[in-house]
Design a protein around this ligand. Sequence first.
Ligand SMILES: [Zn+2]
Length: 143
Amino acid sequence: MYVEITEDEFDQFMYQKGFVRDYDIRTYELIYFKFIKPKIFIRVYSTILSQEGRSRARGQDAIRVVLRIENKRNIYTLWSGPHVKRVENWRANLANRIDEALLQIHPLNCPKCGAFMVLRQGENGLFYGCSNYAKTKCRGTRE
Ligand SMILES: [Zn+2]
């Protein structure tokens, strides 16, 4: 069932995963981020209200994991996973969601143009395709 998570518990979990802490002044919520490539980062919205040192209320208790990219002065969402419920095994569920976010981007860049590679659904299943495809029609792929 629904559980409270303390700031310390969340910090400990996220630091182990290599994330650093940030804070969203709009939602008063503790957030964490980790760059996985230049300009590409995973951000986790904790549901912890930092100033109050407690979790948000039930109904606002979903932990969110998003993958974002900085492009010039804007930030775009590349991927956003299903919410992680704040239940007893939230650590395992959140770890899985972070792994899912990591899978969206290949560790290596495009063999043809050097852009980052994103996970795509093709006719023959999942593959990594060049993120420049829409712009330049680059057809670079990776396993
Ligand atoms: Zn390419």
